[in-house]
Each structure stands twice: as C-alpha cells, then as structure tokens.
Design a protein around this ligand. Structure first.
Ligand code: M6R
Length: 610
C-alpha cells in the first residue's frame, strides 16, 4: 500500500511533491513525509495523519529541497505514528527511502542487521531497506541497492536519495507499480506509484518491474536490469489534462458521487448497445465472437465492492446467458489453485485497477493460460496493462474511499456484457430489446430515489441510535444486502451483517432482539413471498424492520416498521434503486455519527498490499 512521489526539476520541489502526494492519498493517509538534500545534508519532515498535517509542519519552515522524495502511508508494520512514517533514514543518516509494498522477510533481515550493531528507530519493514543499503554501500549506490534487492523477499516499489549524490533519485520495483515520467525540454523527472498523479503534465512515461533499477538525474535516466546491465525501456506518451475533482458544493465527495450516478450509469451505457439488434456493442473487446461463444465457464475475480458487483454480474450471466459463472474473492482465489480450462474466461473487476489481491489472482490465472477481461475505472493502471482486453466504466475519478458510483457502473458494464453473451447464444432479439428497455430506464429510476433523499435522511436519524444491524435479502437482493452492509460498516463503524434472508434461521436468528434492527431488501420479485416469511420470523422475535420494497408491495408495510418505496424494475436490475437507497442510508447514518466519511479510519481507496 502507500504512495510514492519524487521530483527533480525547476519547480518548487516541495510544493510539487505535496501536490503529488495529495493525488496519491487514496493509497493511504495514516502519515506522510518528505525527504530531500540541502547543503549536502539529508532533510526529512514527517507527520502523523493526513497530508494537511505535513503541510502545516512544512509551512513553518521556508524549505527548498531538490531532489525530493515523498510518501503517504497506510500502516502495515507498526502503528500509524510519526516514527513509523516514511521516509526512513539509515542510522548513519546518509540516505532516505520511501517504500510501497511489503518485505516478507524483514524480521530475519532485521535480526541480521542488529547483530551488526545497527540500531532501528521504527517498527517498519521499510527501515530494513534503508539500513541494508547503507550496510552494503561502499561508494557505489547502485551496487548497494542491487545487493539489497537480492536479499529482499516480497513486493516493493522504492525511491532513494543519498547525500553523496545530491542531484539524483534512484528507484526500483518488484511486483509493485512505479511509473517514471520525464520531459527533456522542461528538464523534469517525476516518480510515482500511479502516473495519474502526474496531473496536467505532458510526459514520456515508463514503468519499472522485475527488480529493475532507475538512476534518475537532471541530465539523464539510466535503467538497469537485475544484473546491472543497461536496458532500454519502452515509453508511452502521457498527456494529462485532468485536474483533481472538487466537491462542487456537496459536503462530501461520497455524496457528490452518489448523486452523480444517473449520469455515470448513462456514460457506462453510452455507445454500448444497439436498439435494433437488442444487444450490446463493445468496439474494444479483443476477443472474437467465436472465442466468446466457446466460453463454457466464467470466473470473476475482485475484492470488496467490486466483488459484490461481480457476484451480481455472475447471477446475470447465469440467468441471461446460461453460462456457469463463479465470482471469487481475489485474496482467496489465488491460494486455491483455480481450475482454468481452455474455455474459461476470467473477468477481473477493479475500480482502481491497482488492488494487489486482484492483480495477484490475475497473474495466477494468466500463469494457467487464462485470458483476462478487465473491467476497470481508472486508466493507465496495472490491471489495464495486464489484461488482454479492458472495458472501462468511464465513471470519472472516484475520490471517496467508500465506493458508490463505480459499483453501479460495474453493474452496468456487466449487465451489457451478460446481454452480449446471451444474444451470442440463445437469447432472442425481442428479449434482448426488452432487457435493454429496462436498462435504459435505470438512470431515471436512480434519479427518483435520489430525489427522495430527505426521507432516507430522517430514517437514518432514527436507525443511527442502534449499534448492530442485519441486512437481509434473497437472490439479487442477497448480494445487494452484502454491499449495503459494507457501506454502513465502512463509514459509520457500526456492526452490519449482510446475510441471505433464508439462512438466518440456521443460526444467526439467535442474535435477533429489539436492539438489532433488520434492514430488508425486498425488491427481488422471484423470492418476494419467501422474504415476507423471513421478515415475519424476525418480527416475531422483536426486531425493528426497515424495508426497501418496490411500490405496491403492501404486504411488507404490514410487517415492517418503516418502508422506503422503490421505483420498480426487473430482478436483474433491482440492485440499482435498492443500492442507491442503501448508500444514502449509510451516508446519513455516518453523518449522524460524525465520522470522517470520505476517508474513514484504517482504510485506503486502493488496497495495494496482499
Ligand atoms: O479498486 P477496487 O475496486 O479493486 O477496490 C476493491 C475494494 O478495496 C473496494 O471496493 C472497497 O471494498 C471499497 N472501499 C468499498 O466501498
């Protein structure tokens, strides 16, 4: 996890580095720090908490540092403190290291170094890197780094400055993205864990991998392989006109992103369907129809909210295209020795395109010969580079850690893909058109829910007094309930359990009491009668019930304490109105609780450790 930024150039390096780190705060915000060289000495400033704390510290000093490296941290080894914040400096105070990733064998390396009387200041795995480089250093930094890399187990992207080389940053990477950008005319060089942090610049960009080392200074950039032989890297033009999004008057990015959804769902659909043929269109799909028609099994891999979208997509693919489809949690799949045959298609879903578990599962599937279809929001990411073909959400940057608009865009792309696969097989043009008609209504369906946000706000006031919740649903509403529960726990820190409604009688019903409300998702028509029975079971044990039910489902009103009425749609698409209502419920409960909604504690937008 964590974000790395580095700069050599003519701008105010401290300011540029802080701006870069702000773009990377989605990778963690437990602490941040910078280091540079000034008058031959290493200078480092670090602060616990968000980057704004670092900024405040820097403002107290009139600081000019060049070159500079910076870091924003998500704590793995050691608590979120200033002491554990990066950059990490060796005990002789000769060099500073920023690191993204995890050193698996840090403990044995630390023991080795301690035996050499080297003392440590932090609890981090990263400090092992700085101490090891210093230990191996005999005047040639590249050689010292290379020796160090050969001892490290794990994944990393690192950037280093050394006081003997005041004009240079040296960087290396293994299984963790590290982009290097340069503009020879402007004589600027940038390093980042994510090229999207190079906002508003025209650069040539390349990526380090497989223990490659880059030696970067004003005059040139030299790249060496693991044997220290020079190599030529293929570069891409990176031309970013993007600027960092603002809240546009909303109190939080999360609320803004919730309200963007009629638009983002529309964008995910735009140009991707044909009304005449009742099917989807994917111009950039690098798989032939023959390959897709030969598919007998689909394996979807993802984490968190993306996995919930994947599970809904799996149901649509089975229901509509009748292809056996399994949605697997990436961190589990990669240790399962997945069965991948010639006619298995693997779909990897990720908003950020950088989730380490998803990438690792993709690599495992590729090693078994699988073709990968990525469904991604952020462009220029590891997943987009490693997929054989990519479908983009085009939802725009999602800043709130709590994912909302990416989820509904993922469902949209998956719905279109399921339609495409179904039409390639047995689905008639008429049925395809009927499905498209329902899908096209979704932006209006979502708008209608959003217009009634005040009603959800008052329900949130009432339910925010509880500490524990059950979120129940069946079929499409089961996964919807999992996603809704994740939203609530993530931003309000309340205990919310998503569960298949039919399953609670097999144990969890023991928890039911008047102190534990049930949030019931009743919009799946096929299982409507069944969920009524489940609600009766919890009602008779005293649970307060808040139901999300389609207009006309009056039986629910007889049972539930509160009902929020949803505009109708078909089962396959019922997640949209229910999820929007649940996102608003979570948001307003979190607001009642006064939590940090956009950047909840302990989390990061992109989880780049396994
Ligand atoms: O970027 P990804 O879609 O790969 O991220 C996966 C999860 O980390 C993410 O969806 C997470 O669960 C969200 N914070 C949930 O709101």
């Amino acid at each position: 996890m964590c974000g790395i930024f580095g700069y050599i150039g003519t701008e105010n390096a401290v300011k540029t580095c802080i701006e870069g780190l702000k773009q990377l705060a989605y990778r963690g915000y437990d602490s941040s720090g910078i280091a540079g060289i000034r008058k031959g000495q290493l200078v480092s400033i670090k602060a616990e908490g968000k980057i704004v704390n670092l900024e405040k510290k820097i403002q107290l000093k009139d600081l000019e540092l060049a070159p500079i490296i910076g870091h924003t941290r998500w704590a793995t080894h050691g608590i979120a403190s200033e002491n554990n914040a990066h950059p990490h400096i060796d005990s002789k105070e000769t060099l500073a290291v920023v690191h993204n990733g995890i050193i698996d064998n840090f403990d044995s390396l630390r023991t080795f170094l301690k035996q050499k009387n080297i003392s440590f200041r932090s609890e981090t795995d990263t400090e092992v890197i700085s101490q090891l480089i210093a230990y191996h250093y005999e005047g040639n930094l590249t050689v010292a780094l290379n020796k160090t890399l050969s001892l490290l187990k794990g994944s990393f992207a690192i950037a280093i400055i050394h006081k003997d080389f005041p004009n240079q940053i040296i960087a290396a990477s293994r299984e963790s993205p590290l982009a290097i950008g340069y503009n020879h005319t402007k004589k600027e060089r940038l390093i980042s864990s994510d090229p999207n942090a190079f906002l508003g610049r025209n650069l040539n960009v390349f990526y380090l991998r497989n223990d490659e080392i880059a030696v970067i200074n004003r005059q040139k950039i030299e790249v060496l392989d693991a044997h220290l032989s020079p190599i030529i890297k293929k570069t891409e033009k990176f031309n970013s006109t993007l600027t960092f999004p603002t809240k546009e008057g909303y109190e939080h990015f999360m609320l803004k992103e919730i309200f963007e959804q009629p638009n983002t769902i529309q964008k995910a659909m735009l140009g991707h369907y044909s009304e005449n043929f009742g099917t989807a269109i994917f111009d950039n799909l690098n798989f032939s129809n023959q390959e897709l028609m030969a598919t007998r099994h689909i394996l979807i891999i993802a984490c968190g909210t993306s996995w919930h979208a994947g599970s809904i997509g799996a149901s649509m693919l089975e229901d509509m295209a009748r292809i056996s489809t399994q949605a697997e949690i990436a961190s589990e799949l990669r240790f399962k020795n997945p069965i991948i045959s010639d006619n298995t298609l693997v779909i990897a879903i990720s908003q950020s395109g950088e989730t380490a578990d998803t990438i690792a599962a993709v690599r495992e599937a590729k090693a078994k010969g699988a073709k990968i279809l990525g469904i991604v929001n952020a462009q220029n990411t590891t997943l987009t580079r490693e997929s054989d073909s990519c479908l983009f959400l085009k939802a725009g940057p999602e800043i709130s850690v709590c994912s909302t608009k990416a989820f509904t865009s993922q469902i949209t792309v998956l719905a279109l893909f399921a339609l495409y696969m179904a039409r390639l097989r047995h689905m008639s043009k008429e049925d395809g058109k009927a499905f498209l008609d329902e899908l096209k209504k979704i932006p209006d369906v979502v708008t209608e829910v959003l217009q009634r946000h005040e009603q959800i706000q008052s329900l949130a006031k009432k339910y925010s007094t509880f500490h524990d919740f059950f979120f129940l649903g069946r079929r499409y509403m089961h996964t919807t309930s999992l996603e809704a529960a994740l939203k609530l726990k993530e931003i309000s820190y309340l205990n919310a359990n998503g569960y298949p409604a039919g399953e609670i009688k097999h144990g969890p019903i023991a928890l039911i009491s008047p102190k534990l409300p049930v949030i019931a998702f009743c919009a799946n028509h096929q299982t409507y009668d069944k969920i009524l029975g489940n609600l009766m079971e919890v009602k008779s044990r005293g649970a307060p019930i808040l139901a999300f039910a389609p207009y006309g489902a009056h039986e629910v009103q007889e049972i539930a304490d509160d009902v929020f009425w949803l505009p109708p749609t078909i089962d396959e698409l019922a997640t949209y109105p229910s999820s929007i209502a649940a996102q608003l419920l979570a948001y307003y409960i979190a607001k009642e609780k006064g939590t940090e909604i956009d950047q909840p504690r302990n989390l990061a937008k992109s989880v780049t450790v396994q």
